[in-house]
Design a protein around this ligand. Structure first.
Ligand SMILES: [Zn+2]
Length: 274
């Protein structure tokens, strides 16, 4: 792909070619930038941190994707890939030691942070992802397991603020998950309980409705529902919107929860439900 043609810039547009298409900052300090001539590329700045780091990606139009890492002391190892289609993927590993090899296992006391991918302005085929699932957004990858110690930093389609979530593989744990109508809570239901849809399968509507009616309310009193959206904690807008896109529900086999609100587990043995 000819990026100069793509961006509508002729051979004489040297000044524009030197324009920085992406600037990366950590705690308001610039740590890297990308120009047109650099693409495709991977940049890997490393920054010492003490506390909750703010990581910003600013494009040439002035749009800032601002993420916040959880409180930690040590080193933030960033990897930012800018592809030929002007898509940007970034993640980070936070370690106590100053070194971390690319692709190395994330050890005890360390964690990864995967930022929601985004497209630079002028990207030719940026998909509409409003309300879409985690695979479509590039936060999980089909066929690749996301380790439990990788946090996902999501960007709300509505308010543009970011929030961090943890995820679990419902298939491995043989559970169904249900979000509360408030979007605050996640309920795990043992897949052997009658009416609980197995991961990757379409539910039986009657059995599901019967199960949902028997589920306890969430701690804030709202009901758990299989098609309830996962919501932005800042503005409550649907983020993974199963109400608008019920067809993506069965394939979203990673459930989500907020780090400060662990999932509630409902097991058959509890006697609360049968
Ligand atoms: Zn929001």
């Amino acid at each position: 792909m000819d990026l100069r043609r793509l961006l509508g810039r002729g051979k004489g547009a040297t000044a524009r070619e030197n324009e920085r298409l992406l600037i990366v900052r950590v705690n308001e300090q610039e740590v890297a930038s990308v120009r047109l001539e650099d693409i495709p590329c991977e940049i890997t700045p490393r920054v010492q941190i003490d506390g909750s780091a703010t990581i910003e990606f600013e494009d040439a139009a002035g749009i800032v994707h601002r993420h916040h890492a959880p409180d930690a002391s040590g080193w933030l190892h960033l990897s930012v890939r800018v592809h030929s289609n002007l898509g940007c993927q970034a993640d980070a590993v936070i370690t106590a030691a100053p070194t971390h090899g690319a692709g190395s296992i994330i050890g005890d006391g360390e964690y990864g942070l995967r930022f929601q991918p985004f497209f630079l302005p002028s990207a030719p085929n940026a998909p509409a992802l409003h309300g879409r699932g985690m695979f479509a957004r590039g936060l999980h990858f089909s066929g690749l397991v996301t380790p439990a110690n990788v946090l996902l930093s999501c960007e709300c389609d509505h308010c543009a603020r970011t929030f961090t979530v943890r995820s679990f593989h419902a298939g491995f744990s043989e559970t169904s998950y249900f979000y509360s109508a408030s979007g605050r809570y996640t309920l795990l239901v043992d897949a052997t309980i009658k009416g609980a849809p197995a991961p990757l399968s379409e539910p039986n509507p009657q059995s599901l409705a019967s199960l949902e009616a028997r589920l306890p309310p969430s701690p804030d009193g709202t009901r758990f529902g299989y098609y309830n959206p996962f919501r932005c904690p800042h503005c409550s807008a649907p983020y993974v919107n199963f109400t608008a896109y019920p067809e993506q529900r069965a394939g979203e086999y990673y459930g989500l929860y907020f780090p400060d609100v662990p999932p509630i587990r409902l097991e058959k043995e509890t006697g609360e439900i049968s």
